[in-house]
Design a protein around this ligand. Structure first.
Ligand code: AMP
Length: 373
C-alpha cells in the first residue's frame, strides 16, 4: 500500500476535508500527534482496497458514522469500537438528504481541524491502552456519495432511496419527513463502502438505532449493531453537535426535556404502567417550566415548544397505551428551543449569534425503560 504523510490542512483549508491525494492522507496534526497511522480517505476505491487488505490480515472493522463536530458522545462510540475491533473507521459526512428544505444544513457546524485533533488524541489514548486504533477516516464529497444525481430533499424526491415505513415516519420522522429516508440511504451507502464487522450508533438517537436495526434485518446486512449509552453534561443534558448554538440562556432551560423524561421514568420505576400514569408528570413539568419562562421578561427568558413526548414500543416505536413488563418501552421527546428575545449586552447567546442569525435549536432525548421480567 502506498503511504503518504501530509501535514494538517492549513487554517485556510481547515474547514474542508483534505484534498484528494493518492486516495488518502495521514492524520498528522501537531508535532505531538505525528506518527499516528490514521489515514484519511475521500474516495471509495482506495478505501475498498484498504478494507480488503484488513480482511486479508484478519483484522476487524468497527464503523462509527458521524457528521463531524465531534464531542465526547462521538468519542465514546470510538472507544467502544476500539474495545472490540482492531480497526476503527470513523466517517465524517454531513448528509444533505436528511435535512429538510427548511432545515439547518448550511449552518450545521463544520469543524474539520478540531475533529482531527479529537481523533488524534483519542487514537493516542487507545494506543497506550492497547486497544484497537482509529486507522481510517472516510470524509467523502457529496459527488462521491451521490454519484448519479444531485441529492434531493424534496418529497417525493428524485433519486435512489432506502425507506422504512412506517418506522421512519413516526416521531422524528413526523416532524422531519425526509430525515430517516436520508439517514437510511446514506447509512446503506456507508455500509456498502466500508463493509464493517460492527456498527456503533448512539442511543441518543434512539429511533435511528431502530431504523438501522430494521435495515440490518430486512436487507440481510452482515454486520452487528452496537448501541452506546448517551453521553451527557453533569446536569443530564445530552451532548449534541447542535448544542453550540444554544447559548447560555437556552442551554439552561433546555434541560427541561431530560427532566421531564426522568419524571416519567420514575413513574415506571414506581410501578406505573398505563400511558397517562407514566407521562403526566413529564407534561406537567414542561408546561410549568414554559409558564415560568413566559412570566419572565423577554430579555431574560428562553421559550420553547414541545414537539412530542412519547411512550413507545421498543422495537416499532409506535405509541403504546400500556407498558408490557416483558418488553419495556422507550420514553422519548423533542423540544424546539426558540430564538431568544432581546439579547442583553455581554450575554453569551450561542455561536450563530456572531453572524446575527439566531435559529431555533431542536433538542431530542430518550430513556429506555427496561423490561421488568
Ligand atoms: P451525529 O454526528 O450527530 O450524526 O452523530 C453520530 C453518532 O454519534 C450517532 O450514532 C449518534 O447517535 C451518536 N451520538 C451523538 N450524540 C451522542 C451522545 N450524546 N452520546 C452518545 N452518542 C451520541
Amino acid at each position: 500500500m502506498a503511504s503518504l504523510r501530509c501535514l494538517l490542512p492549513s487554517r485556510a483549508r481547515a474547514k474542508q476535508a483534505p484534498a484528494k491525494s493518492n486516495g488518502f492522507r495521514f492524520l498528522s496534526t501537531s508535532p505531538s500527534l505525528r506518527n499516528i497511522p490514521t489515514r484519511i480517505f475521500r474516495d471509495v476505491a482506495p478505501l475498498r482496497a484498504y478494507r480488503r487488505e484488513l480482511l486479508l490480515n484478519k483484522r476487524t472493522v468497527g464503523l462509527v458514522p458521524t457528521m463531524g463536530a465531534l464531542h465526547d458522545g462521538h468519542a465514546s462510540l470510538v472507544r467502544h469500537a476500539a474495545a472490540e475491533n482492531t480497526d476503527v473507521l470513523v466517517t465524517i459526512y454531513v448528509n444533505p438528504t436528511q435535512f429538510g428544505q427548511n432545515e439547518d444544513l448550511a449552518s450545521y457546524p463544520k469543524t474539520w481541524e478540531a475533529d482531527m485533533q479529537v481523533l488524534g488524541k483519542l487514537d493516542q489514548e487507545l494506543a497506550s491502552a492497547g486497544q484497537g486504533r482509529v486507522t481510517a477516516v472516510f470524509a467523502p464529497s457529496t459527488k462521491t456519495m451521490y454519484p448519479t444525481l444531485p441529492p434531493d430533499s424534496s418529497i417525493p424526491g428524485v433519486g435512489s432511496f432506502i425507506e422504512m415505513r412506517p418506522l421512519g415516519q413516526l416521531l422524528e420522522g413526523a416532524s422531519r419527513p425526509v430525515f430517516f429516508r436520508g439517514v437510511a440511504t446514506v447509512c446503506m451507502k456507508l455500509f456498502n463502502i466500508c463493509a464493517p464487522d460492527r456498527l456503533y450508533f448512539g442511543q441518543k438517537d434512539i429511533q435511528q438505532t431502530r431504523v438501522i436495526r430494521r435495515m440490518i434485518k430486512d436487507f440481510h446486512l452482515d454486520m452487528d449493531l452496537r448501541i452506546i449509552p448517551t453521553s451527557r453534561e453533569p446536569d443530564g443534558l445530552a451532548l449534541s453537535s447542535r448544542n453550540v448554538y444554544l447559548g447560555a440562556r437556552r442551554r439552561d432551560v433546555g434541560i427541561v426535556l431530560n427532566q421531564a423524561l426522568r419524571m416519567a421514568e420514575t413513574q415506571y420505576l414506581n410501578g406505573k404502567r398505563l400511558r397517562n400514569d407514566v407521562l403526566w408528570p413529564a407534561f406537567a413539568h414542561s408546561n410549568q417550566v414554559l409558564a415560568d419562562q413566559e412570566d419572565m421578561e423577554p430579555s431574560k427568558r428562553a421559550k420553547f415548544q414541545v414537539d412530542y413526548i412519547s411512550l413507545a414500543d421498543p422495537d416499532t416505536m409506535e405509541e403504546i397505551d400500556q407498558i408490557d413488563d416483558t418488553k419495556g418501552a422507550i420514553l422519548s421527546g423533542a423540544v424546539k428551543m426558540l430564538p431568544v428575545e432581546e439579547s442583553q449586552e455581554g450575554e453569551e447567546l450561542g455561536r450563530l449569534d456572531v453572524e446575527n442569525r439566531q435559529v431555533p435549536v431542536r433538542l431530542i432525548d430518550n430513556i429506555v425503560l427496561d423490561p421488568m421480567r
